[in-house]
Design a protein around this ligand. Structure first.
Ligand code: SAH
Length: 382
C-alpha cells in the first residue's frame, strides 16, 4: 500500500462498530489485513487520516510525544533552519501529523488544528509541543475554513502560558517584524516565503521594486535592505499595510523614504500603473490562494494569467518577475504554462532562472504530493 495519509469517503466499504468524530479506528484492507490506525471523521470527504502505518502502534499521549519531538528535531537538519525565531515546527501530513500545524514565533508556538483527529488530541498535542519546543506560550489559532468541512467550529485562545499582549516580534534575515498571532493571516505570518524573501533581498540591489500582495511587508523590507532604489507595495488590506509600516519603523537602518504603500486591488492597480507608464526592475506577485482545489483551477488560471501578463508588461529590459501560486488546485506544470502564456501575450521574451518553493520547514511528504502547495518562478525578461 502506498502510504498516503488520506482515506476518502468512497474508498471506505464499511464501519464496524461505532466511532465518534476524531476517534482512532483500525483500517483494514478488503482482504482483511490491518493497514494501521487512523482518525475517523464522519463529516469530511476525507473520512479518515492515517496516524500510523504500524499495525501495533497505539495512538496515545506517548505517540504524540514521539511524533512531535521528531518533527521539531528535523528542523535542525538544514543550516538555514537553525536559530530561526520564526519557524514552522509541524507541517501536518508531511510531518506525520495530519491536521496539525505548529509555528514558532520566538517563545510562542501557534497551533492550528484542522482535523477531527487533531481536535480530539488537542491536550496531548499541546503537551508534546510544549515539551519539544520548550516555549513559554502556546496559542491556538484553529480558525481555518477547512475546519468547517470536518464539522468543527473555530477555536482560538491561549492554551498555555501568559495572555497575548500585543504583537509578537521575530527577526528574519536581520530584520525585525511584528507578528499578530491573534488577528493576522494563518498563524500570523507567511513563514513559507522566508527563503524567497531572502532571495528578493539578494536580487533587489539597484532595482526599482514592485511588491504586489505585500501583506505585512516582508518582501519589501528585504528589498530595501538589499539596496532597492525604491519599493512600491500594494495590498487591499488596511490593517496589513499598517503593520507593514510599523515593520518598516522597527528597522530604522532602512531608508523609509524609498518605500511607498498603496491600499488597492492589485488587478486594477497594475492596470493603472501601466496606464501611467510606470516601469520596474523587480516585481513580486504573491497572491492569495485563487484555487483551493482543482475545481477552481479554471477561474484561478485566468486570475494568474492576468496579473502575470500585467507584471511582464511593467518590467524594464532585464527585469525580474518573482511569481507565486499557493493554490493546491494549480500544480507546477499548469502554473508554468500560465506564466508562459502570460509572457507570450505580453509580447516579452522571458526565461526561468530558478524554480522556487516553500522554505524547508515546510517539507513535502513523498507519499503526500498535496503538501507541495507553494510554487514559484523567478523569470527574467530580455
Ligand atoms: N507576500 C506576503 C504574503 C502575501 S498573502 C508575505 O511574504 O508576507 C496575500 C495578501 O494578498 C494578503 O495580505 C491579502 O490582504 C492580499 N490580497 C488579497 N487579494 C488582494 C487583491 N485583490 N488586491 C490586493 N491585495 C490582495
Amino acid at each position: 500500500m502506498r502510504r498516503h495519509p488520506w482515506l476518502f469517503e468512497g474508498s471506505v466499504a464499511r464501519l464496524d462498530g461505532r466511532a465518534r468524530p476524531g476517534d482512532t479506528v483500525e483500517v483494514v484492507s478488503h482482504d482483511g489485513r490491518s493497514l494501521g490506525r487512523a482518525a475517523f471523521s464522519p463529516h469530511s470527504q476525507i473520512r479518515a487520516r492515517m496516524w500510523s502505518f504500524e499495525v501495533d502502534e497505539s495512538i496515545d499521549d506517548a505517540f504524540f510525544k514521539r511524533r512531535v519531538a521528531a518533527s521539531v528535531a528535523r528542523r535542525t537538519t538544514l543550516p538555514e533552519l537553525r536559530d530561526q525565531p520564526g519557524l514552522r515546527l509541524i507541517h501536518g501530513e508531511s510531518d506525520g501529523l495530519p491536521g496539525i500545524i505548529a509555528d514558532r514565533y520566538g517563545d510562542t508556538v501557534v497551533l492550528a488544528l484542522t482535523s477531527a483527529g487533531a481536535e480530539k488530541w488537542r491536550g496531548a498535542i499541546a503537551a508534546a509541543v510544549l515539551k519539544a519546543a520548550g516555549c513559554a506560550r502556546i496559542y491556538e489559532r484553529s480558525d481555518s475554513e477547512v475546519r468547517g468541512l470536518e464539522g468543527l467550529a473555530p477555536a482560538a485562545g491561549v492554551l498555555h502560558g501568559p495572555p497575548i499582549d500585543g504583537a509578537l516580534l521575530i527577526t528574519e534575515q536581520g530584520l525585525h517584524l511584528e507578528v499578530d498571532v491573534e488577528a493576522g493571516h494563518k498563524t500570523g505570518f507567511y513563514l513559507d516565503q522566508r527563503e524567497n524573501r531572502r532571495l528578493c533581498g539578494e536580487l533587489a540591489g539597484g532595482r526599482a521594486v514592485l511588491n504586489c500582495f505585500c501583506y505585512t511587508g516582508g518582501f519589501t523590507l528585504q528589498a530595501l535592505a538589499g539596496g532597492a532604489t525604491d519599493a512600491l507595495s500594494i495590498d487591499s488590506s488596511g490593517p496589513a499595510l499598517a503593520s507593514a509600516q510599523r515593520n518598516l519603523a522597527l528597522n530604522p537602518q532602512l531608508d523609509g523614504t524609498r518605500a511607498q504603500w498603496l491600499e488597492a486591488d492589485v488587478f486594477s492597480a497594475l492596470r493603472e500603473l501601466r496606464a501611467g507608464g510606470r516601469k520596474f526592475d523587480l516585481i513580486v506577485l504573491d497572491p492569495p490562494k485563487f484555487a483551493p482545489s482543482a475545481a477552481h483551477a479554471d477561474r484561478a488560471a485566468r486570475a494568474y494569467k492576468d496579473i502575470n501578463l500585467l507584471g511582464f508588461r511593467l518590467l524594464n529590459p532585464g527585469g525580474l518577475l518573482m511569481s507565486y501560486s499557493c493554490s493546491g488546485g494549480v500544480g507546477l506544470e499548469l502554473f508554468q504554462k500560465i506564466v508562459a502564456g502570460a509572457a507570450s501575450d505580453a509580447g516579452v521574451d522571458a526565461r526561468i532562472l530558478r524554480r522556487l518553493g516553500a522554505s524547508a520547514d515546510h517539507p513535502v511528504g513523498l507519499a503526500f504530493p498535496e503538501g507541495e502547495y507553494l510554487k514559484g518562478l523567478l523569470c527574467q525578461v530580455t
